[in-house]
Design a protein around this ligand. Structure first.
Ligand code: ADP
Ligand code: MG
Length: 254
């Protein structure tokens, strides 16, 4: 176990978006979160990555409570994420977008940049090399110098992966990585996630594409109205009556 939430809760006014959720993320595995729209999945990610403060509960990363840390500090610890709607700089190239991810982890500050110190120059070079390495990893070499605005949806998703990976994370949180891409491209993205795991990165993803999840995930948690209603292997989830009821009002999950 690399990351664990304990009784994690988030209220927005009168709405409890995440309600006392206990979940542990297994190191080196594909951990998935599923659940109907509005179930609290993205909010759960926002709590872990420091974009929202929990109302109560804990987020333990390797035993340390990170629940009150700011997002940049959490990213520095080795926790990366992508967003449900990719938030890339559309008018910049793939390479420039990915370089931003790596800069988060380098030490030059504004003064270094202004005076173009030796450290800054060295880090710029490292940053570019790292970005290229990640672009290669996600197989986007051919479009590295293209504007993000001109990419396909799938290429944008791969760019977002590369950006997350450029921070050298131990764990990545991917919010609906295959939303809006066709079945072939979905398989390509699934293969890429497996490649991340092979590289030693722990993956946690939110996804609606049930077939993909059932094939890809080692472990699944199901949220409904902010509460964890089930947790287990794909096989256990497929046959869980509460899950079937929440999803389809009674019939089996395909
Ligand atoms: P999911 O990702 O599972 O579709 P979300 O986590 O986005 O669900 O949302 C869970 C609930 O919390 C929804 O009812 C949503 O409207 C609400 N919610 C999410 N973010 C906010 C926010 N910043 N302010 C108020 N309500 C929010
Ligand atoms: Mg969501």
């Amino acid at each position: 176990m690399i990351l664990q939430t304990k009784q994690l809760t988030k209220r927005f006014g009168g709405l409890t978006a995440v309600n006392h959720v206990d979940f542990s993320i297994e190191k080196g595995k594909v951990n998935a979160i599923i659940g109907p729209n509005g179930a609290g999945k993205s909010t759960f990610f926002n709590l872990i990555s420091g974009f929202h403060r929990p109302t109560s509960g804990e987020v333990l990363f390797k035993g340390v409570d990170i629940a009150k840390m700011p997002a940049n500090k959490i990213a520095e610890l080795g926790i990366a994420r992508t967003f449900q709607t990719t938030n890339l700089f559309e008018q910049s190239t793939v390479l420039d977008n990915v370089m931003i991810g790596h800069r988060l982890r380098t030490k030059s500050n504004l003064l270094d940049a202004v005076f173009r110190t030796a450290r800054h120059k060295r880090e710029e070079k490292q940053c570019r090399e790292k970005a290229f390495e990640m672009i290669e990893f996600v197989d986007l070499q051919k479009v590295a110098d293209k504007e993000v605005a001109s990419l396909t949806q799938e290429e944008k998703k791969r760019t977002a992966f590369a950006l997350a990976l450029a921070t050298d994370p131990e764990i990545v949180f991917l919010d609906e990585p295959a939303a809006g891409v066709n079945p072939d491209e979905t398989e390509g993205l699934a293969a890429l996630m497996q490649k991340m795991v092979k590289k030693g990165i722990t993956v946690c993803l939110i996804e609606h594409k049930m077939q993909m999840i059932m094939k890809l995930a080692d472990k699944i948690m199901v949220l409904n109205y902010g509460e964890k209603i089930a947790e287990g292997t794909p096989e256990e989830i497929r046959n869980n009556p509460a899950v079937i009821k929440a999803y389809l009002g009674g019939s089996a999950i395909a």
